[in-house]
Design a binder for this molecule. Structure first.
Ligand code: AR6
Length: 179
């Protein structure tokens, strides 16, 4: 399922041949579980050395490293919010992650980027709400990119993204107003 430059991919983000993949990191940028662990394993130990030089990253933002052993040239390490009920600015922080990555892509003149479903694993952000923020922010700020992939590890998440992109396809203007 695709809409404009956005597409849903089911699978492992570490294998994507795009200009940049996005990591669901934590504020230390020193690695962890989930997709963060998978990216560090696939990129190799040089990645941790590069991350140490960044001295962490605030929640709602992102920092760049090379992709090292990955097919992707860049890794954008985004720090999503931990879900704590939705009253602590989680939505703004999650949108800030997507926006920061799109800005980095624009600054580096990139054409393609792949996002995981930031914050929806260990950080427990509700999947549908998170996907709505991802699609809306990419639609608003992702125009300079030729291809934006939402890489979903599980079928449930992929189905949510597909339905959001299908809805956009049917009624882009109404959908834009509703989101
Ligand atoms: N490719 C694509 N998506 C993946 C992969 C993969 N290889 N592995 C997991 N996912 P999570 P968070 C999905 O927990 O919630 C780490 O310890 C997963 O199914 O990786 O932002 C960090 O260091 C889910 O849909 O990230 C932080 O401390 C999504 O990626 C913390 O976890 C995000 O799940 C960040 O938690």
């Amino acid at each position: 399922m695709s809409f404009m430059n956005m597409t849903v991919v089911r699978g492992d983000i570490t294998t994507r041949a795009v200009d940049a993949i996005v990591n669901a990191a934590n504020a230390s940028l020193l690695g962890g579980g989930g997709v963060d662990g998978a990216i560090h394993r696939a990129a190799g130990p040089e990645l941790l050395r590069a991350c140490r030089l960044l001295h962490g990253c605030p929640t709602g933002s992102a920092k760049a490293t090379p992709g090292f052993r990955l097919a992707a040239r860049w890794i954008f390490h985004a720090v999503g919010p931990v879900w704590s009920g939705g009253t602590r600015g989680e939505a703004e922080k999650l949108a800030g992650c997507y926006r920061a990555c799109l800005e980095l892509a624009h600054q580096h003149g990139l054409r393609s980027i792949a996002f995981p479903a930031l914050s929806t694993g260990i950080y427990k952000y509700p999947r549908r709400q998170a996907a709505e923020i991802a699609v809306r922010t990419c639609r608003t700020f992702g125009h300079s990119l030729e291809r934006i992939e939402f890489v979903c590890f599980d079928e449930e998440t992929a189905a949510i993204y597909r339905s959001l992109l299908a809805r956009s396809l049917l009624a882009p203007e109404r959908e834009q107003a509703a989101l």
